[in-house]
Design a protein around this ligand. Structure first.
Ligand code: NI
Length: 254
């Protein structure tokens, strides 16, 4: 079994959603909703497909628009039994003219919901790893688990996050020729802290880079991790599946 721990299966990108999900029928897909529209779609997918679970939360790119009503709405949606995490939430300092304070506020409000409902926190962090670390260290209750999705920082930073109960989502970038930094992370960080993800429809692994991504492509990510660690791909599937079940407190009901 393999688990795609992070992807976005918006209907506008996947008119063939039935087929895409049926290719993963013996596996698990964790879909992430990042605004009201995609959160509603995630919940529909959870209701429709046995092997689909969800994480929901407001992405930092919406930080300036999210109201208290939105957070109350999110809190209600979190009660669904197949919603196993809050996210992706976090910080994105990539573009100019972003409001860092608003992003931090929204991140903290949602970490508090994770604390309150014992939900795994799924983090988006782009050009903001130091602030992400400080906020997580201060705001997250220590027993709450977290995932740095699409991890893109250094080996040294990864070692700092591990004591905060954090695992690292590894995706298609690890297969890229220019993915040296992530390859180094995979080589140096114990497999027990790694999760597989596609971040579909983005970041399609080689040999399909540039095409639309889908959860089934998780196997190319697993292959590259096996190469880098010089172990069998079966071991990558087995261990990362155990990691995901544990990090999301996932009890399978199919
Ligand atoms: Ni994502």
């Amino acid at each position: 079994m393999m688990i795609d721990t992070h992807c976005h299966l918006d209907l506008t990108d996947y008119p063939d959603i039935d087929q895409v999900i049926s290719k993963m029928k013996d596996n698990i897909i964790i879909v992430s909703g990042v605004n009201r529209e995609s959160i509603n779609e995630v919940i529909d997918l959870c209701n429709k497909y046995n092997n689909v679970y969800g994480t929901i939360g407001f992405h930092p790119e919406y930080a300036e628009d999210i109201t208290n009503d939105d957070l109350i709405w999110l809190e209600q949606k979190l009660q669904h039994k197949k919603i196993i995490g809050i996210g992706e939430i976090g910080l994105d300092y990539h573009y100019e003219n972003i409001n860092k304070e608003k992003q931090k506020e929204l991140f903290i409000e949602q970490i508090k919901l994770g604390n309150k409902y014992n939900k795994t926190i799924v983090i988006h962090s782009r050009d903001a790893i130091e602030d992400t670390y400080e906020i997580l260290k201060t705001e997250k209750e220590s027993q709450i688990k977290a995932v740095l999705h699409c991890y893109s920082s250094s080996v040294e930073m990864a070692y700092k996050f591990i004591p905060l109960n954090v695992m690292f989502g590894i995706g298609g970038v690890v297969t890229f020729k220019n993915g040296q930094k992530l390859k180094k992370v995979v080589e140096n960080i114990d497999l027990k802290y790694l999760l597989l993800e596609t971040d579909s429809p983005y970041l399609t692994p080689e040999p399909f880079r540039g095409k639309r991504n889908e959860p089934e492509n998780i196997k190319y990510v697993a292959n590259e991790i096996a190469n880098l660690k010089q172990i069998k791909v079966e071991e990558v599937f087995k261990k990362t599946t155990e990691n995901a079940l544990s990090q999301f407190d996932l009890k399978l009901d199919f």
